[in-house]
Design a binder for this molecule. Sequence first.
Ligand SMILES: Nc1nc2c(ncn2[C@@H]2O[C@H](COP(=O)(O)OP(=O)(O)OP(=O)(O)O)[C@@H](O)[C@H]2O)c(=O)[nH]1
Ligand SMILES: [Mg+2]
Length: 203
Amino acid sequence: MGIAFRKTTFWGVAADLASCPPTDRPEIVFSGKSNVGKSSLINALADNRKLARVSATPGKTRTVVYFNVDDKLYFADLPGYGYAKASKDVKEKFNKLCDQYFVSGRKFSLVLHLIDIRHAPSKDDVRMLEYMNQSGIPYFLVFTKCDKLSKAQIRKQLIEFSKFLDFHDDAHCYAVSADNKFGIEELRNGIEEFLQDELKDSM
Ligand SMILES: Nc1nc2c(ncn2[C@@H]2O[C@H](COP(=O)(O)OP(=O)(O)OP(=O)(O)O)[C@@H](O)[C@H]2O)c(=O)[nH]1
Ligand SMILES: [Mg+2]
């Protein structure tokens, strides 16, 4: 049984945990630095440019934005962290929401953690991976904006990252571009395969 990613619709926004949807379906969380391309990736997966708001100014997303995917799962678009121009107050608010989100015991099935293929992972990325490794949170690493590099450069970057990122043995890595759709179908298939059993159980 497949997931029709094109049947993705806006569900709503949550400024706190109480307004998140019921945990009745698998939830996929998009995390990563501001401007890394979380909202663009959601649009690429759904094949709908108008779905998630892509920021002209980074750091705009300040709430968790939920999408209903084919009435089978949710996508949760988290606020990006580490945006330098956000005030301290705003930054703390983001962090609180993100931290709460991860420690709340809220059930989520998979985190897609996004890293720009062109730049070395930040301290926050490393911290996030350590946290997910320690807590046994399932994640895929998704390297974004691959249209900016050649295939050879992409391979080189992936090898470079694997030297200092503590990849889980079974970590899934994807290289994608929301711009030219490189790797998007592979990621859809990866998500589908990963959720197969959970979706079967919930039917
Ligand atoms: N070249 C290229 N640009 C991209 C790609 N994905 C996103 N962008 C651009 O990167 C910028 C940020 O994209 P968003 O999708 O808004 O990033 P975000 O992670 O949701 O940002 P926040 O909501 O601020 O956390 C936009 O200008 C996008 O057009 C990509 O695959 N290739
Ligand atoms: Mg966004």
